[in-house]
Design a protein around this ligand. Structure first.
Ligand code: SF4
Ligand code: SF4
Length: 280
């Protein structure tokens, strides 16, 4: 049997991500601030209206609401998703949207599914993405679409972690796909460096897409193995390939026998119209 020299993907970042998320909430000094101004630059809770019932606390996907006598948001950890306010649980209408300005507006754009990304006109993650690759025709025969999603509720992702991923792929000659809200954050297309003012912003999740030749699969594994040691939050990776005419999975020869597989459970019906027209 030949030795498999492909790099293993280390899952240490799952543990690092958990630790970082928990420590950040506990350590933030701003959790104790009590906003009083009418135009606070983040979502906040008006202490004069809060009765301390605690109903909003479990609804926050980032654990960014603390309850003492009254509730307070932690502006460092709040991703501006708006769930606390949209849920309408507050009996005193104490939860206030604040007046968000750039770059904090990015938190809302990436984390509130009702807010459209200005750069793409798409709400949610702001991209048609891999799920609709048939209609966007981004991934042509011989290429694979690679989609890296960083962050999850409870952990989130600082945009500096998204930048790490973009820099790594760019170093290897694979720039981020342009029709994606992450593209507007990039200040230097040669390195993938983001605008410095956005790096500390925290979002629930963000996804970034790349296009690689199918022949670069081993390089992709190596690159992801490096990122798994460097990125300080969770991330998952999806790969999109054109289906082959005999119905076999085009991923099988790439991943090899060590990857556990389930049959595909999701088919986006009707989205292949563009390809059918294109391929006659
Ligand atoms: S806007 Fe979202 S993240 Fe911020 S406090 Fe409300 S629920 Fe939590
Ligand atoms: S739901 Fe409203 S009143 Fe109750 S703790 Fe939250 S902010 Fe205060």
């Amino acid at each position: 049997m030949t030795e498999d020299k492909r790099p293993a993907i280390n899952r240490r970042h799952f543990l690092i991500g958990s630790a970082v998320g928990a420590a950040a909430v506990a350590a933030s000094p701003q959790a104790c601030s009590r906003p009083a101004a009418a135009e606070v630059p983040h979502r906040w809770i008006d202490p004069s209206r809060c009765i301390g019932c605690g109903s909003c606390v479990p609804l926050c996907p980032m654990g960014a609401i603390r309850l003492d006598e009254v509730a307070r948001t932690d502006p460092e950890e709040c991703a501006e998703c708006g769930v606390c306010q949209r849920s309408r649980v507050c009996p005193g209408d104490a939860i206030q949207p604040g007046k968000l300005e750039w770059p904090r507006t990015l938190r809302e754009a990436f984390s509130n599914p009702l807010v459209e990304h200005k750069s793409t006109g798409v709400p949610g993650r702001g991209t048609e993405g891999i799920k609709t690759n048939d209609s966007t025709r981004r991934y042509q025969p011989g290429f694979m679409g690679v989609f890296v999603e960083l962050g999850r509720p409870a952990l989130g992702a600082r945009l500096r972690e998204v930048e790490r991923v973009v820099r790594k792929f760019t170093e290897h000659g694979y720039p981020a796909v342009a029709d994606n809200p992450v593209a507007e954050l990039i200040a230097d297309s040669k390195t993938g460096a983001f605008k410095p003012e956005v790096l500390d912003e925290k979002v629930i999740s963000a996804l970034v897409e790349f296009i690689l030749p199918r022949s670069a699969f081993a390089e992709l594994r190596a690159l992801l193995a490096e990122l798994s040691e460097e990125v300080e939050t969770v991330f998952n990776v999806s790969i999109a390939l054109r289906a082959v005419p005999d119905g076999a999975s085009p991923l099988d020869p790439l991943f090899g026998p060590e990857v556990f597989r389930l049959p595909n459970g999701k088919v986006n019906l009707g989205l292949a119209e563009g390809i059918a027209r294109q391929e006659g």
